[in-house]
Design a protein around this ligand. Structure first.
Ligand SMILES: Nc1ncnc2c1ncn2[C@@H]1O[C@H](COP(=O)(O)OP(=O)(O)OP(=O)(O)O)[C@@H](O)[C@H]1O
Length: 286
């Protein structure tokens, strides 16, 4: 799909055909303090990018800029946030509706807080398919069941009638993922989406990201404090500290052979065993 010329402004044309082009992004707090300072990265269509860094390093704010959802009072002060040739900074509220949730989907750490506790999850999913996807009631129901089944849920007819509190964390994350991908986005943002899950469920959900990406050619931005998670699921990596990118490059290369002292520290303090499997090949190549 190409940029819709009817919404927003386009980013200056370059030879770069990346789906996501973030250039020299600065984000500031209400008191003027810089929270994100000069972050740049690109992400190819169908590609994957991990963002790691300690708490407060600016990972979430960077991805929130891609969703046009910065917390109240926090603003982008300069730089550009390009998506398929569109400058997201110039979108108006109405225009965001054509992008957020449809062309860019997102899943977060606490799926329950993104679902309405008093509405059955099936209704929440079918509403998106009906209202935003234009499907009829019965087509939406059929599509919702299909989607949940493809995301590894069993007895989906029952699940569709259940309320968020009746589902486990892993099931809720699958429901949220179904909502995030049901309109066929080109980009999925996953911000600590597997952090609260136990290790086996976490692996299942990460497998689902792979499946969905392969099936739909989806690009992925994966924010995690866990180096093993990004090592497993992303091709390229940004390491952030104090709002800045201190190191970037192919994930296996950055983690197997970190150049910046901060990345070295992160790798050193990470459970070496959990990283080893993913880095084996790279280490053998170095
Ligand atoms: N609503 C807010 N008001 C003021 N400062 C904020 C707000 N949200 C985030 N910040 C500040 O912005 C900086 C970057 O926050 P951000 O949430 O992007 O970090 P992060 O790397 O995602 O951390 P974590 O891993 O803890 O989620 C931090 O210093 C944080 O305190």
């Amino acid at each position: 799909m190409s940029a819709d010329a009817s919404i927003g402004a386009t980013v200056p044309a370059t030879a770069n055909t990346d789906l996501v082009q973030v250039e020299d992004l600065w984000i500031a707090a209400p008191d003027g303090r810089d929270l994100v300072a000069g972050v740049s990265f690109g992400l190819a269509r169908g590609g994957s990018l991990g963002i790691v860094g300690e708490s407060g390093s600016g990972k979430t704010l960077t991805t929130r800029a891609l969703l046009g959802l910065l917390p109240h009072g926090i603003s982008v002060t300069s730089g550009s946030v390009g998506f398929d040739g569109l400058d997201l900074r110039t979108l108006r509220r109405k225009e965001w509706e054509q992008v957020r949730g449809s062309r860019i989907g997102a899943v977060f750490q606490d799926p329950a807080s993104y679902l309405n506790p008093s509405i059955a999850v099936g209704k929440q999913l079918t509403e998106v398919l009906r209202v935003r996807g234009g499907l009829t009631r019965s087509a939406a129901r059929e599509r919702a069941a299909e989607l949940l089944e493809s995301l590894g849920l069993h007895r989906v007819d029952l699940v569709l009638t259940q309320y968020p509190h009746e589902l486990s964390g892993g099931m809720l994350q699958r429901v949220l993922l179904a909502i995030a991908i049901c309109l066929g986005p080109e980009l999925l943002i996953a911000d600590e989406a597997t952090t609260a899950l136990d290790v086996t469920v976490q692996a299942d959900v990460l497998d689902l990201f792979d499946t969905v990406r392969a099936r739909a050619g989806l690009a992925l931005v994966l924010v995690s404090h866990d180096l093993a998670v990004v090592a497993r699921s992303t091709e390229n990596l940004l390491v952030m500290r104090n709002g800045e990118v201190v190191e970037s490059g192919p994930t296996t290369q950055v983690l197997a052979n970190p150049q910046h002292p901060y990345t070295q520290l992160l790798v050193e303090h990470h459970d070496a065993y959990s990283l080893a499997g993913y880095l084996e090949k790279e280490t053998a190549d170095v």
